[in-house]
Ligand binder design. Structure first.
Ligand code: PMP
Length: 401
């Protein structure tokens, strides 16, 4: 007769379930390719040297532990939006971007989509037909309806751009679309600059609203400006975009939960109204955000010296992943003569590769080789390194043959 007797058992989280199975495995050669967290070439979590330096500087400064304002640490928020929009951004210079610190990228999505649920004219948002699983969950929890647009082309394991455009054209005028700014998760395939420009034109004709999720700025190309291209292009074209940012991946601040949400407004007066509503939304949810991670990020973003170091470190992470892609392609295609065309592994970008492996093949990898990944065939490229790459390629080849 317990009060909770009727609570049903929910399904396990697809990604965290992989980690559990991995932990239980005793094989010393086991590999966990499930979770999207960067590892160095020794397979170890990486605390960026710029972050270590920022930690020391902050410790020395001896800050108190007082509450932050509802929308967070201003030095952090201002620097975060500068990184995303660029210092020459017109709305930034004109002081008409409403922005708040958030509980990393997930929190940014939650605040942003809650804001949409309250104030956007349509009570729905279009998501790509393959996307980070949490997107649909957040959209639904915010009381919005999930709609889908075509993105994935199984033939090429790439982007179905024609289908994407057709869905954008077919949607009712003024619809909201969630767009991955860079390093699309799970596919690892972004639009080209030319395709973004073309898409933006259609958005204009249709008066659609672009809601950007930029969880990986710097992780795709290693260059912040390049990864922010779609965001900056839409803003230059005069769109009032929404933007979610995360510093989990590019600063390696996963557990610190550092992020930002922003909306480009028409003018300062509109920004003041939007700001007031962001506060009304956040205050009863968690009152104000945690301070430590935001201080770290602010220290790096606002110190020319640390910023310079950080840029090099981000490029280093992106380049290591790119080198793993090339090596993996070479092993699968040339050394092990794995059936099929594996060039997508090399072409994809960012943290993940969508391998195209079938669920049965994923299961076989776990059973026979202690290699763990989600059943959709997505692997975290950052979990591969010079010690486990050959073992991985050999076993993928076996699983496919
Ligand atoms: N968006 C996408 C597309 C992601 O892949 C992730 C992380 N996996 C996030 C947002 C949010 O991550 P976090 O809350 O850790 O910043």
């Amino acid at each position: 007769n317990s009060v909770w007797a009727k609570v049903p058992l929910g399904p396990r989280d697809a990604i965290l379930g992989v980690t559990e199975a991995f932990k239980a495995d005793k094989n010393p050669k086991k590999i966990n390719l499930g979770v999207g967290a960067y590892r160095d070439d020794k397979g170890k979590p990486y605390v960026l040297p710029s972050v270590q330096k920022a930690e020391q500087q902050i410790a020395k400064a001896g800050h108190d532990k007082e509450y932050l304002p509802i929308t967070g640490l201003p030095e952090f928020v201002n620097a975060a939006i500068k990184l995303a929009y660029g210092e020459d951004s017109k709305p930034l210079k004109e002081g008409r971007i409403a922005a708040t610190q958030t509980i990393s990228g997930t929190g940014a999505l939650r605040i942003g989509l809650d804001f949409m649920a309250r104030f956007f004219p349509h009570k729905s948002i279009y998501l790509p037909d393959k996307t980070w699983a949490n997107h649909a969950a957040i959209v639904k929890d915010c009381g919005l309806e999930v709609k889908h647009y075509k993105y994935y082309d199984p033939e090429t394991v790439g982007v179905a751009f024609e289908g994407f455009k057709a869905d954008v054209k077919a949607a009712p005028n003024g619809s909201a679309f969630l767009l991955h700014a860079a390093a699309f998760n799970p596919l690892g395939t972004d639009l080209t600059k030319e395709q973004w420009v073309e898409l933006c034109q259609i958005f204009k004709e249709k008066n659609h609203f672009a809601f950007f999720d930029m969880a990986y700025q710097g992780f795709a190309s290693g260059i912040f400006e390049d990864d922010a291209f779609p965001v900056r292009h839409f803003v230059e074209q005069g769109f009032p975009i929404a933007l979610c940012q995360s510093f989990a991946k590019n600063m390696g601040l996963y557990g610190e939960r550092v992020g930002a949400f922003s909306l480009v407004c028409a003018d300062k007066e509109e920004k003041a109204r939007v700001d007031s509503q962001l506060k009304i939304l956040i205050r009863p949810m968690y009152s104000n955000p945690p301070v430590h991670g935001a201080r770290l990020a602010a220290q790096i973003l606002n110190s020319p010296e640390l910023y310079k170091d950080w840029k090099v470190e981000v490029k280093g992470m992106a380049d290591r992943i790119i080198s793993m892609r090339e090596a993996l392609y070479d092993l699968l295609q040339n050394k092990y003569k794995t059936p099929g065309d594996w060039s997508h592994v090399k072409k994809q970008i960012g943290m993940f590769s969508y391998t195209g492996l079938k669920p049965e093949q994923v299961d076989a990898l776990a059973t026979h080789a202690s290699i763990y990944l989600t059943r959709d065939g997505r692997i975290s490229m950052a979990a591969l390194n010079s010690s486990n790459l050959e073992y991985f390629a050999e076993n993928v080849s076996k699983a496919v043959k």
